[in-house]
Write a protein that binds this ligand. Structure first.
Ligand code: AMP
Ligand code: GLY
Length: 418
């Protein structure tokens, strides 16, 4: 089958890598892609946010399946435009993607479906904001209601900072602080049947030891040796299935990837957030462990036949990914710097370690790879356990040279040593 992937980050590179290894995929296309994706897929300079243009491209290419990676096009209705053109699309409708696009909507769905999550208030006025902040006390958790590219959430001990962020947002969700390790669990769903993937953990803060500002994610690993083996079944039963059932009941079924961001608190599992798409960088490690060919699973979800899909098969391997980011990320990043050492990774670390590209582009010479965003590369490795996967990932990171770049040195360290 011919497949078109929309987006151009490391998540899309991971998706394209898995799809390129699927014997059922005869042609792979990506729009807009990046310099790394260009090695496995044919790129098309089409704006991911332009539903009509994406649908036109999919029609021209005679794509059997379109996979929409990032949240912004999903919330903007790009999956609807593709389906309206009669082409199967993996990704929820704009209505269902509100689960990620509006934190207040997600809270409403969770309340209706009795899904465990933090207590919260939706506020629009300074009076409501002050009342909610007083009710919870520190640490304060203040979330912009809408999509904010990873910058919408402030967790702070300082009420002045909490109030300032809340007032800047317009509509905010103020929430109780949830203490405990975080887990990302993804599920593929066709709106009725829910197929959970393997859990992963993301590292959100910029610096080692979970210091520094929040980012889009600086690394991830899977499996989670410290997690309860019953976690996936429990989350399926208490979170994923009830949420999917509630959206179907409302007449806006959610078909695509449902991402549950969870806190494992002393009082049990709580949902921190839902996303309507594969997480980045967790996808890099989850897909590295999936043995079942990916295209058939995503197509079955897009065509509402997931109930007939055999169980997913997983490798015993562990996987670790380390994000290499630009100078000054998550502030305004420096871009346009040459990246060296990529060929050394291919020569010395493949197939156990490989580089997935996030913000990269080819220079005019057609061969030099340049940094083009905040998160630049996601260096991924597998191994017999987390320790080996970690060693391989960091050995590959050490071969890469990007002036001013930064990465965390403690991705998966605690879990590997446990
Ligand atoms: P989100 O954009 O919702 O993923 O939030 C970003 C990060 O903020 C999460 O990964 C958590 O680390 C943190 N966070 C969000 N909500 C809470 C909460 N209720 N309690 C503690 N930390 C939170
Ligand atoms: N890794 C966090 C996210 O994808 O939102």
């Amino acid at each position: 089958m011919k497949v078109l992937v929309i987006g151009g980050g490391a998540r899309e590179h991971a998706l394209c890598r898995s799809l390129s290894l699927d014997p059922d995929v005869t042609a792979l296309h990506c729009a807009p892609g990046n310099a790394g994706i260009a090695e496995v897929a044919q790129l098309h300079p089409v704006d991911a946010m332009d539903g009509a243009a994406v649908a036109r491209l999919a029609t021209e290419l005679e794509a059997r399946l379109v996979v929409v990676g990032p949240e912004a096009p999903l919330v903007a209705g790009v999956a609807d435009a593709v389906r309206d053109a009669g082409i199967a699309c993996f990704g929820p409708s704009a209505e269902a993607a509100r689960l990620e696009g509006s934190k207040a909507f997600a809270k409403d769905v969770m309340a209706a479906a009795s899904v465990p999550t933090g207590r919260s208030y939706v506020c629009t006025t300074p009076e409501e904001i002050d009342k909610a902040l007083d009710a919870f006390g520190a640490p304060f958790v203040v979330k912009d209601d809408g999509l904010a590219a990873g910058k919408g959430v402030v967790v702070t001990d300082y009420i002045a900072a909490a109030r300032e962020h809340a007032l800047a947002c317009g509509r905010v969700v103020i929430e109780e602080f949830l203490d405990g390790p975080e887990v990302s669990l993804f599920a593929v769903t066709d709106g009725r049947t829910v197929l959970p993937l393997r859990p992963a953990q993301d590292f959100k803060r910029a610096l080692d030891g979970d210091e520094g500002p929040n980012t889009g994610g600086m690394g991830a690993y899977s499996p989670l040796p410290w997690a309860d083996p019953k976690l996936v079944d429990e989350v399926l039963e208490t979170v994923l299935q009830p949420t999917v059932d509630e959206l179907r009941r409302r007449g806006t079924p959610f078909a695509g990837l449902l991402y549950a961001g969870l806190a494992i608190t002393g009082r049990g599992v709580r949902v921190i957030e839902f996303n309507a798409r594969f997480g980045d960088p967790e996808t890099q490690v989850v897909l590295a462990r999936l043995r079942t060919p990916l295209a058939g699973v995503l197509l079955a979800a897009a065509e509402e036949r997931l109930a007939d899909q055999p169980s997913l098969v997983w490798r015993d391997d562990a996987a670790v990914t380390v994000v290499v980011a630009s100078h000054n990320y998550p502030g305004t990043p420096r871009t346009g710097d040459p990246i060296e050492g990529l060929a050394d990774v291919v020569a010395q670390d493949a197939p156990h370690a490989y580089v997935l590209h996030a913000g990269t582009r080819l220079a005019d010479d057609g061969s030099t790879v340049l940094s083009a965003g905040g998160r630049v590369l996601s260096v991924t490795a597998t191994g017999k356990d987390l320790g080996q996967a970690r060693e391989r990932a960091y050995a590959a990171v050490d071969r890469i040279r990007l002036d001013g770049s930064q990465h965390r040195t403690d991705i998966a360290r605690e879990a590997a040593e446990a």
